[in-house]
Design a protein around this ligand. Structure first.
Ligand code: AMP
Length: 493
């Protein structure tokens, strides 16, 4: 179990200088946010924090990347300390006061890390539990006493069934990414968990979309909620330079390798449709000297954590992922998303490419479309209301790399394609970043670390302000690196 270090020492931070002070948050929280470089609340934070701090139920419609985690974590931390007796400790035993449910293990870990970051100078304690790893350390952390429990539904139901946790003391319940929960078939577990909670409680429900199933779930779980909504899908999409290559299926890896040579790739997420496909791409990339890892549902939690750590640190700058595993991935500095396969669900395209526009940054999304995938491409273009610019295959590609019956036709454009319009000529020779093959000047091979890349220094030292903040947004990731999935987090006592 890891206890976070106290807040880093540095120049004194003037709490009142932060716009967060105007949200009437606890001064210690305001100071921590200033230390993290958070200057202005994001729109979801500005809208959600005041009613949540007052104790209202909330229906938040927001995607990852909008700052929604802090939108619920900050008022929760505020209420925990504002209502606490001085020096109060969480009750010993198994009764958390706050329960946050997350659909995936990765998102649960990230939420836990955000709580640890924001609450590092507060007398609060929490832990993250999820399946795929042994339950004993998690149970031990619960027994020691905690205020905040972040959980995936499966493991929580397990521990509830074993009588190892008691939800009777929960006064705040957060359901994050509710639409994803339903997609993943968690409706019954959610009902069971909600049934184990006190009826009198505050409930905060966040969802990226609001289909009727979520409306009705909200109707059952929330009492007179305040509804807050931000960032329609297209807004994120607009910040991302997008293009698509028509390419025969068997030449997709060749094209990927070619683009690694030509593009300024620093950290790249590559999406495949299947787990088997992800493993195959990783094998092919490694055979070509590119340091790559895979993250998908068939891998053990340890393997997933290792792959993610290697990716975040830049040791392995290419991560090949399936949609489920990548949901909620919050890695700052992803420069490129490659859709090696187009997703079956057009909404997944938006989630995938949003991995490269974290915290207000822009990014590049490159899709491969073979002859069988044209219908999928059209569906995506209808959803995002963009005609995604078609790119010419790089000259170095083999003659037969085009899909059999010519390049995919663009769907009738409703407006131009994001920032990507002019980039359709297949790259910029000589710009290769870290994700290059052996033999390149900054290869991603064995060590995977480029001395010439500005990011090479990121692996050990805490992220400096120049490295970690982009376009005016700080990053909790600086401190997120200090914690590990599945471990307890604790602030000052
Ligand atoms: P989320 O949507 O919760 O996944 O947050 C996306 C990213 O934005 C995370 O890396 C946060 O650390 C960062 N972030 C959240 N709120 C702010 C803020 N007010 N200022 C700067 N960065 C923020």
């Amino acid at each position: 179990m890891k206890t976070l270090d106290p807040a880093p020492q540095g120049a004194p931070v003037v709490a009142d200088a932060s716009a967060f002070a105007s949200l009437s948050l606890h001064p210690t929280l305001v100071r921590t946010l200033a230390e993290e470089g958070y200057r202005t609340p994001t729109p979801i934070q500005a809208k959600a924090i005041p009613p949540a701090r007052e104790g209202h139920d909330l229906l938040g419609i927001a995607q990852t990347g909008t700052g929604k985690t802090a939108a619920f974590a900050l008022p929760i931390l505020h209420r925990l300390v504002a209502n606490a007796m001085p020096n109060a400790r969480p009750p010993k035993g198994r009764r958390p006061r706050v329960l946050v449910l997350s659909p995936t293990r990765e998102l649960a870990a990230q939420i836990g890390e955000s709580f640890a970051t924001y609450g590092r100078s507060l007398p609060v304690r929490g832990t993250v539990i999820f399946g795929g790893v042994g339950q004993h350390p998690q149970v031990a952390a619960i027994k020691r006493g905690l205020d905040i429990l972040v959980a995936t539904p499966g493991r929580l139901i397990d521990l509830l069934g074993q009588g190892l946790i008691d939800l009777g003391g929960v006064d705040t319940f957060v359901l994050d990414e509710a639409d994803r929960m339903l997609d993943m078939g968690f409706i019954e577990p959610i009902r069971r968990i909600a049934g184990a909670l006190p009826r009198r409680r505050q409930t905060l429900l966040f969802s990226a979309t609001m289909p009727t199933e979520i409306e009705s779930l909200a109707g059952q779980l929330l009492h007179d909620p305040v509804r807050v909504e931000v960032t329609p899908v297209a807004t994120t999409v607009d910040r991302i330079a997008q293009r698509v290559y028509g390419v025969a299926k068997r030449h997709k890896t060749t094209l990927l390798l070619q683009l690694f040579e030509e593009e300024p790739v620093d950290l790249a997420l590559v999406f495949t449709r299947t787990k088997h496909g992800a493993d195959k791409v990783v094998r092919q990339l490694r055979a070509a000297g590119v340091s790559a890892g895979a993250i998908h549902g068939n891998r053990s939690q340890n393997q997933r954590t290792q792959a993610l750590d290697a990716f975040k640190s830049g040791r392995s700058p290419v991560l090949v992922a399936t949609d489920i595993a990548a949901r909620g991935l919050d890695v700052d500095g992803v420069t490129h998303v490659f859709n090696y396969d187009l997703p079956m669900e057009p909404e997944a395209y938006v989630h995938r490419i949003g991995r490269t526009a974290r915290a207000g940054a822009s990014g590049i999304a490159i899709s491969f479309c073979d002859a069988q995938e044209r219908g999928l491409l059209k569906a995506i273009e209808r959803l995002v209301k963009l005609s995604i610019p078609r790119a010419e295959l790089p000259a170095a590609m083999p003659e037969d790399a085009r899909p059999t019956d010519g390049p995919a036709e663009a769907a009738p454009p409703s407006r131009s394609g994001g920032r990507g319009g002019s980039r359709g000529r297949g790259g910029h020779a000589g710009h290769g970043g870290r994700a290059r093959r052996s033999g390149g000047s900054s290869r991603a091979g064995a060590a995977g670390r480029s001395s010439g890349s500005g990011r090479g220094k990121r692996s050990d030292a805490p992220t400096s302000s120049a490295d970690g903040r982009r376009e005016g947004m700080g990053r909790a990731g600086r401190s997120r690196k200090n914690t590990r999935a599945g471990k307890a987090f604790a602030g000052r006592r």
